[in-house]
Design a protein around this ligand. Structure first.
Ligand SMILES: [Zn+2]
Length: 311
């Protein structure tokens, strides 16, 4: 059985650009060394930009991170840029990491779908409409107004589905999530979010949303930001497993995996702060739920999801 790992969200591109780090810098939690040590087979690299910047500045930053991906990450020889599931399988068969790109927050679109189409042509295959704040597309989960999708946001969601990109509901307001559910039948995903019933945080998903994602055969990536897992001062790896347990209880055995947020966390989890820690996490899951569930959670489920969306 495959022992590889799939991870739907890291912010290593942002750190490389902002801090001027190279992909093999040992300080990165999802750089060359850590990804290789953790047995990562599929890695989604997020294009994250701070939403307080103007749409023009956000787009410029997105382009800078794209350039970093193609000029520094892909040229390292570890990661191959892939756009279809077949590309991903070919890359992994060669012993490379299948590298995908997603957009975290749509402020850089300035409400225009043609910008999205250009990003698709540059290899971006998934998108979350917002970060925590509101933008032209929707309200994020920390926007006090709590509104849903704007007209432009609806257009973008329809275009994502039409292009064959994944719709990521992580960071979106609850109202926005239900608007997405009403608008499209697509198997949406939450790239990095945990269960609100286990720890009440606006970035976590309520049971009703989790069950709807499962019903659609979508996917949810557990994330290792301590402040979403429990009281950040005493969070351990067991807290991540408590969130996994809850998702399994809700029937997500075929729809749950990881979106670590490595290189993007404000509160790292001791023992689970880098892709190099995946081996230990995998052992913990296999011990509790058996090898079959561990293989599905660690890679199989996200690979199944990508096969479905990117074929
Ligand atoms: Zn995030």
């Amino acid at each position: 059985m495959s022992e590889r790992v799939a991870d739907a969200h890291v912010d290593v591109l942002m750190r490389m650009v902002e801090e001027g780090l190279s992909f093999d810098d040992g300080r990165l939690s999802a750089g060359h060394t850590a990804l290789t040590a953790g047995g990562v087979g599929t890695q989604v690299f997020a294009l994250f930009v701070w939403p307080h910047l103007s749409p023009q500045d956000q787009l410029e930053q997105v382009l800078r991170e794209l350039d970093c991906f193609y000029r520094q990450v892909v040229t390292s020889g570890t990661v191959e840029a892939v756009r279809t599931w077949q590309d991903a399988e070919t890359a992994m068969a060669k012993g490379r990491i299948a590298g995908l790109l997603s957009l975290e927050g749509g402020g850089c679109l300035h409400g225009q779908v043609h910008v999205l189409r250009n990003l698709y042509d540059l290899g971006v295959r998934g998108m979350g409409l917002t970060w925590n704040d509101a933008n032209e597309l929707a309200d994020g989960c920390r926007e006090p107004r709590g509104a849903g999708l704007t007209r432009a946001g609806r257009e973008v969601v329809r275009e994502l589905v039409r292009l064959g990109m994944w719709v990521d509901i992580a960071h979106l307001s609850d109202r926005g999530v239900y608007d997405v559910f009403d608008l499209v039948d697509a198997p949406v995903m939450a790239s990095h979010a945990n269960a609100r019933a286990v720890y009440n945080h606006p970035r976590n998903l309520n049971d009703d949303v989790i069950q709807e994602v499962v019903r659609r055969n979508g996917w949810i990536g557990l994330t290792f930001e301590a402040s979403f897992l429990g009281n950040p001062s005493d969070v351990t790896v067991d807290d991540a497993l408590r969130h996994l347990e809850h998702l399994l209880e809700l029937g997500a055995e075929d729809c749950v995996g990881f979106g670590s947020d490595f290189d993007g966390t404000s509160h790292p989890v001791p023992g689970l702060s880098s892709a190099a820690d995946y081996g230990t996490l995998r052992l913990g899951i296999a011990k509790r739920y058996g090898e079959n569930v561990a293989a599905k959670v660690c890679a199989g489920n996200f690979e199944r999801y990508l096969r479905q969306i990117l074929s």
